[in-house]
Structures are given as C-alpha cells and as structure tokens.
Design a protein around this ligand. Sequence first.
Ligand code: DAH
Length: 354
Amino acid sequence: MHESFRIEQERGYYVCRMTQENAWAAFAERITHAGTLPELNELEQAIFSRKSGALTLALKGLTGLPPEKIKEAARDLNEWKQKLATALEERRKALAIPSDAALREQDRLDVTLDLPERERGHLHLIPEFIRQVEEVFGRMGFAIAEGPEVETEENNFNLLNIPEDHPARDAQDTFWIKPTGGERLVLRTQTSPMQIRYMQTHKPPLRVIAPGKVYRKDSDATHSPMFHQFEGLVVGEDITLANMKAVMTTAIRTLVSPDAVFRFRTGFFPFVEPGLEVDMRWQGDDAQSREGKWLEIVGCGMVHPNVLRNCGIDPKKWSGFAFGFGVERMIMIKHQIPDLRAFFQGDLRFLRQF
Ligand code: DAH
C-alpha cells in the first residue's frame, strides 16, 4: 500500500472515530435529559434497533476496517454500548417515579367541579303540606293524633250528634263496609270521629289536631273519592268563638298565604253550635277556578254540648271548638291548581314542581 494513502486512510479513520465519539456522547446526553418514557423508547430504537440502530450499524461496519484497527474500534464501541444501555436503564427508572411537576399535571383534581346532579326524591305535596300543618299547630300547643280509616258508624256519625235519620248523613256519600256481624263500619267520611276518640281517652283541657285520609262517593275536578282533612279540637274552660277565629286566621295565613282573603259565614254541622264555614278567595285567574271565586276550605264551630256529653265531659264546666280543614283545597288555592285530580295521577311533571 502506498504510504501517503495509508496516512490518508488513517487520518480518515481518526476523524471518523472522533465524529463517532461525539455522536455517542450526544446520545448519552439526550438519554439523561429525556423527559418522557416514549421519548426514551425512541432513543433506544435509534441506537439499538436491530436493523437501523446507530450502534448496530456501527458494529456491523467494523468489518470494513483495516484488521489492525478492528480490535480497538470494537472495544470502543462495546464500551459505548455498555454506557448507553446503563444510561437508558437508569433514565427509565428515574422516569418511572413521577416528578412533582408531572404529578401536578396528571393528577390534577379540580375540587370546584360540579358533580352530576344526584336524583333525590321528595315527599308528595300532600304529606309535605301535612307536615307543615303539624308544625304550625304544634307551635300553638296542639298535640297530633292519628286514627283508623275504617271507623265505626257510632264514631263517624252517632256520637257526633248525627243520628241514623239525620239528613246530614246523605250529604256525606258514605262507603259502607260489608257487615260481618257486630258493629257497622264505614270508611270514615270525615276526620271528625277523631274528636270522639280523643275525648274518650283524654281529659280536658286539651288541644289536638288529627290529619288523615277520608272517603266519599264523589268525583270531579274539585272532589275525589279519597281526600285529606285535618280535624282540630280545643276543649277548656272559657273557650270562645273569638279563640276559634284567632286560630283559624293564624292557620290560614301561615299555611296558605299571609295575604289570603277569606270570610266566615254561618254553616250547619250537627256536632257544633253555632257552626261556621270559612271560604277562601281563589288566588289565581277567576276563569280557572272550577268552583267560582270562593272555595269552602273549613267547617268549624263551638263543640255541641251533646258531643261533649257523649264523651263524658260536662258541658257546664267545659267548652270548646272544633274545625275540619280540607287539605287538597288549601293546596289548590295556595298553588292555584284548578283540578284536584292532578294530585293523584302520579304525573312527575306535575309533582316535581313542588
Ligand atoms: N267534618 C266536616 C266535614 O267533613 C267538617 C267540619 C265541620 C269539622 C265543622 C268540624 C266542624 O270539626 O266543627 O264536612
């Protein structure tokens, strides 16, 4: 081989070697600064991939070298191979432990985010209203009593001063229970029999309300065969009609509306004397009301002496008043609901409004 050519070749080899050294060092540098695992994998491929990895190619290229250089070059390359492999491994380990910065980014939790709304049920507007009734009367010192919906004829009528031939019975469209011997039973047509039950078991002075379901053969926009009433009874010494009016007024103003317009007029109920009715002014558009401007919402009066006597209470010593409110009617006026049947149809579009 010509001397000058050998020198040329040698110089080329060293230049090439220097360039290669720089290239491996640059790879090592990039490995230590790789920011993510995918980036690291890419580098690994670029260096070690079996077909086109830089180091793979360099090792293959060794065969082209003059024999006396092969050994040295192979040693260099193997050293780099070791170094780069170790660097990759270390960097991979380091990247597997997420940095604070990475955590801040990946695990970001926004505590101000609105969660999807949970479906929550609520009471039907009738029991809801009855709870308010109990609260309002509770504040006025009334106890709360409950009684059966299947009632004796005695309690529902006779002891309330409504004997069998009394025309007041006809007005009540009674559901009778098929007799099985013994006492005659009805689905209670009113909550008034609770007056009897309560006075038979409690001594005056007393104050009580009794909410519940009542039944009548009656059905149209303002009547349903099942509806709700709450009965009230106050017995004490020196109880007067003025006390009754005060209680009625408070109840209507707090339960329906502070600006409710209502009127008292005389009415007949066999178990009170005198008897009154309270009508409330429809609060919405008059054309929407199915009963005209005024709706009767409560019957009331001073407890009839016969009724007190029937329960073993001396009417000379004690007096009292009683009242019976129609729950649906109060709610209809409060929310301007023209048709009572909406309460019982179970249409969620209606019920969800309350
Ligand atoms: N029970 C009567 C009805 O359902 C309403 C009633 C009127 C109740 C006068 C009373 C009262 O306590 O005193 O029509």
